[in-house]
Design a protein around this ligand. Structure first.
Ligand code: SF4
Ligand code: SF4
Length: 432
């Protein structure tokens, strides 16, 4: 079933390839309507994650109502949106989450893929809601992709999320989605945000996901006020020094051990490269020319490192987006933020549409694979798979690990870099 679904995905992507090519050329000379949207429909959350502050700013009263969302999505701005992500906060805390999804499917004529990231921590709400969205996307011929966030195995997950029995609760949602996959085609997996607190558990999470036959993506923590409201946590949770090397090694291991064409490897190699080159970004990002982000109160951003450029409660989204001052801000983002930005958001969408960066990645990844797997790691008495210092120093970064500028980073349900599980390599690379 997964293969049939993936073939459909690839066919859809292939159909848009000529259009993508033209759009990329045109984008150099004039602003384009967005093809990628992240909508944080609420910051209300059922978790209180250590590395994120969205839960502190959750305020149902300031969230746009369904009627306001409908009015905003009736704008001409969304006519070219192909990839839409519903995020938060926790989207399933909204009683009307399924209606919001329906609006997106109805109002975005070119919608190809809808993604929802969830904590899965409230299974009695998440399971029926996600099931309804799966059914709707099936009926409307839209690819649906969802991931449950898992930041540790057992107690570790609860301590990151600050929720009792979090691992068990999320496990119920995971089990229900796996069961649903037996009768409905959609992409499902888990995502994990790695930061200084759970870095030592990353191998455990990977081993557990493999055992449970769950597709998994790892995100490197980022710090961004527009998306996570967490820039003040950077000093506390950003891995530095040996932790930073450990993280780099973990991502390189993924590139060396996972299939070459696994779409997520593009992002893992990018993370490893950025750690070693002083956080100099070389990867493309669709948000530079074709993305937009909408927050629960109607604020419009170009991306997670953007300032607010307007509010859809006050103005038409299309007028906000194409305003001269907004486009000038987008150029400022490109000049000042992009060069050091860690965001993986839909990076593969951009990469696959730019042949040269993707070809370069394939060469680099092939070389890494030839280097083989990293040294075996000792398992300490507690059972946690650790990273030995020798293995880490065997492959040090190309620069001092002293503090480097690292603006921007992310995680959790707000993450959008995640790919679609159960898609084959090519589809996972998010061709379109
Ligand atoms: S990372 Fe996601 S789940 Fe955790 S508090 Fe932030 S929005 Fe909620
Ligand atoms: S700042 Fe980051 S997220 Fe924003 S457009 Fe640049 S690379 Fe993309």
């Amino acid at each position: 079933m997964a293969q049939v679904y993936a073939a459909k995905y690839i066919a859809k992507a292939a159909l848009s390839a000529p259009r993508d090519f033209v759009r990329a050329a045109v984008a150099k000379y004039r602003p384009l309507h967005p093809t990628v949207l992240i909508f944080h429909c609420t910051f209300v959350c059922d978790a209180r994650c250590e590395m994120c502050s969205n839960w502190t700013r959750g305020d149902r009263k300031s969230d746009m109502s369904l009627a306001e969302i409908e009015e905003a999505f009736s704008s001409n701005l969304w006519k070219d949106v192909e990839n839409a992500s519903l995020s938060g906060g926790e989207p399933t805390t909204r009683n009307d989450m399924v209606d919001i999804c329906r609006l997106m499917v109805d109002k975005f004529p070119k919608l190809r893929k809808l993604t929802i990231n969830t904590t899965g921590l409230t299974p009695h709400r998440a399971i029926p809601m996600l099931t309804k969205v799966v059914e709707m996307c099936h009926e409307r011929n839209v690819i649906f992709s969802t991931r449950v966030s898992i930041d540790g195995v057992g107690e570790m997950h609860g301590s990151v999320r600050n929720v009792r029995r979090a691992f068990e609760k999320a496990g119920k949602t995971i089990a229900a989605m796996q069961e649903l996959q037996k009768t409905r085609k959609f992409n499902f997996g888990i995502s994990s945000t790695i930061f200084s607190r759970n870095l030592d558990d990353a191998d455990n999470i990977l081993a557990w996901a493999k055992k449970e036959k769950l597709d998994i993506v790892f995100n490197m923590v980022r710090f961004t006020d527009a998306m996570l409201g967490n820039s003040d946590l950077e000093g506390k949770y950003r891995p530095i020094g040996l932790e930073e090397q450990q993280m780099r090694r973990f991502f390189l291991d993924r590139v060396r051990q996972d299939p070459l064409l696994d779409g997520q490897n593009y992002i893992y190699l990018h993370y490893a490269d950025m750690i070693s080159n002083g956080y100099h970004r070389t990867a493309p990002c669709p948000f530079q020319t074709q993305g937009v982000m909408l927050n629960p109160n109607g604020d419009v951003f170009f991306c997670e490192n953007s300032e607010v450029v307007g509010n859809v409660r006050d103005d038409d989204p299309e007028a906000i987006y194409f305003r001269d001052t907004a486009q000038a801000h987008r150029r400022d983002i490109r000049d000042e933020k992009c060069p050091t930005c860690l965001s993986p958001c839909q990076m593969n969408v951009a990469a696959i549409k730019q042949v040269v960066p993707y070809a370069r990645f394939l060469v680099r990844a092939s070389l890494e694979k030839r280097r083989g797997n990293s040294l075996p790691r000792p398992v300490p008495p507690g059972g946690t798979v650790g990273h030995d210092a020798a293995a880490i120093s065997e492959d040090p970064p190309d620069r001092p690990v002293a503090m480097q500028a690292n603006p921007g980073a992310l995680g959790g349900a707000a993450g959008y870099g995640e790919l679609t599980p159960n898609e084959p390599a090519a589809a996972k690379a998010d061709i379109g």
